[in-house]
Write a protein that binds this ligand. Structure first.
Ligand SMILES: Cc1ncc(COP(=O)(O)O)c(C=O)c1O
Length: 469
């Protein structure tokens, strides 16, 4: 048998999701406390613990922590807990005033909720290409932003980090130009559902700097950041979402809109759902049961991140030692990724698209024989714009919107078929990845490395040998 046919033996990995695998006695006790008090609702009950309010405070403190020897941003972070990441996006876009006639810029690599939230806001999603980090390419902002652009959504994918410093600097530059032309500034929404805990170097603020230059957590650079606590995320309460902002007026709208549409009176609040109507609200409150679990999980987050990052970096180094190109990081010296996913290139970068697609699928099947949960990114379901059929076909809401509204007639200029984002298409066609569990032991890491080595001999070495003939 030659090396390219050798297959390492099977091994077992826990079927894990980063936060939920760490569930233990503390989560049980937290839930039990809420149940014993018979007070699962955040605002009142016979003996309410106010777990949700405490979680909002702790989440804000955790997210505000920045690394390096720089002062903390002077503006506090306001936090609203909601019941999902999708809900967080919908409330945030509503609070930003997005509606008919607006364009919202969205990367082509995201999750379908990022797009559906825009559509449900009655606005038109406009795709923007990615760079080699697989995040939004700051060089594409100038040509994609128009007078109708209301919001740019940045989506740090798979625990990775886009070039945040350049993105925010470019937005501030464009907003300064817009101001001199009498246009409203574009706002930045970070959909950080997949990247709780990731950090990037840069300066927050979409109009003026809103904090010192330094390493800030992803989700705190823009006008508003959203997170998810669904099972696939860094920590989990099963369902859950968070919305953060440094803008007190925006926070007031978010607070009101997530809870029936009424804001508390600023001086003399009378009622739990608010006193002053600010719009038609959503039903997006987080429950005390979710918050109780999420608080315990937040206490575990540093440990989860540290485990994932170290395993990720060792597995990535192993791929690099085999000569396999891995995903480019915005900051090679201090990558702020969560370590949730390891992404690398297929062999044969110069082969045709059809050949690469066939190979990518074959490699995903090869790795899928082991408990690695691999994905060929070209086929990564509704994380990829051209795989979202209702987007490609401009499937309407029941009332015909958003495409059918006269105020959105400009949508004819925008298409969503494969080929719309050439660089992202090329990267996804050339990239494979797998989940990095947060509880790997040395033996399991060794077994994964052996599978990656065998994959190299099966798929990469023959290509190299052919190329050298
Ligand atoms: C990038 C992104 N945005 C939004 C969401 C939606 O979050 P949720 O599932 O909590 O509604 C997800 C969840 O998978 C996501 O990955």
């Amino acid at each position: 048998m030659n090396l390219s046919d050798a297959r390492p033996p099977q091994f077992e990995l826990p079927y894990e999701f980063p936060g939920a695998i760490w569930y233990g006695q503390e989560e049980l006790e937290a839930v039990e406390k809420v149940i014993q008090r018979r007070s699962p609702f955040r605002y009142y009950g016979p003996d309410c613990l106010h777990e949700t309010r405490a979680f909002e405070q702790e989440f804000g403190q955790w997210l505000s922590r920045i690394t390096g020897n720089v002062p903390e941003p002077s503006d506090p972070l306001y936090v609203t807990a909601v019941n999902s990441g999708t809900g967080a996006l919908e409330v945030a876009l509503d609070a930003l005033g997005v509606g008919v006639g607006d364009e919202v810029i969205v990367p082509g690599f995201m999750w379908v909720s990022t797009i559906s939230a825009v559509i449900r806001s009655r606005a038109i999603p406009v795709l923007i290409d990615s760079d080699d980090t697989l995040g939004l390419d700051p060089k594409c902002l100038e040509k994609t932003i128009t007078a109708r652009t209301k919001v740019v959504i940045v989506v740090p994918m798979l625990g990775g980090v886009p070039r945040m410093a350049q993105i925010m600097a470019e937005i501030r530059r464009i907003n300064a130009q817009r101001r001199s032309s009498g246009l409203e500034p574009v706002r930045v929404l970070e959909d950080a559902a997949q990247a709780l805990g990731a950090f990037a170097h840069g300066i927050p603020g979409s109009v003026i700097p809103q904090g010192p230059e330094g390493s800030h957590k992803v989700g705190t650079f823009g006008d508003v950041g959203t997170f998810s606590l669904q099972i696939n995320k860094s920590i989990s309460s099963g369902e859950g979402g968070m919305i953060v902002t440094r803008d007190p007026a925006l926070h007031r709208r978010i607070e009101a809109l997530h809870n029936a549409g009424y804001a508390p009176h600023p001086q003399t609040p009378k009622d739990w759902y608010g006193d002053v109507p600010v719009g038609w609200g959503h039903g997006r409150r987080m429950s005390e049961l979710q918050a109780a679990v999420a608080r315990v999980q937040l206490g575990r987050l540093d440990k989860i991140l540290s485990h994932m990052r170290s395993s990720h970096d060792r597995l990535e180094s192993h791929l690099q030692s085999l000569g396999i190109r891995t995903r480019v990081r915005a900051d090679a010296k201090q990558p702020g990724d969560t370590g949730y996913y390891c992404v690398f290139d297929l062999p044969n970068p110069n082969s045709s698209e059809a050949t690469r697609i066939e190979l990518g699928r074959e490699m995903a099947t090869y790795l899928g024989d082991y408990p690695l949960r691999p994905w060929y990114l070209h086929d990564f379901e509704v994380h990829v714009y051209y795989n979202i059929e209702p987007l490609v076909s401009k499937h309407p809401l029941p009332d015909g919107g958003p495409w059918g509204y006269p105020g959105n007639a400009f949508h004819h200029a925008y298409q969503y078929e494969k080929g719309s984002l050439p660089y992202l298409d090329e990267r996804l066609t050339s990239s494979l990845g797998f989940n990095v569990p947060s509880q790997l032991n040395a033996e399991q890491e060794k077994a994964i490395k052996e599978v990656l080595t065998a994959m190299f001999y099966r798929f990469y070495a023959p290509a190299k040998a052919r190329a050298s003939i």
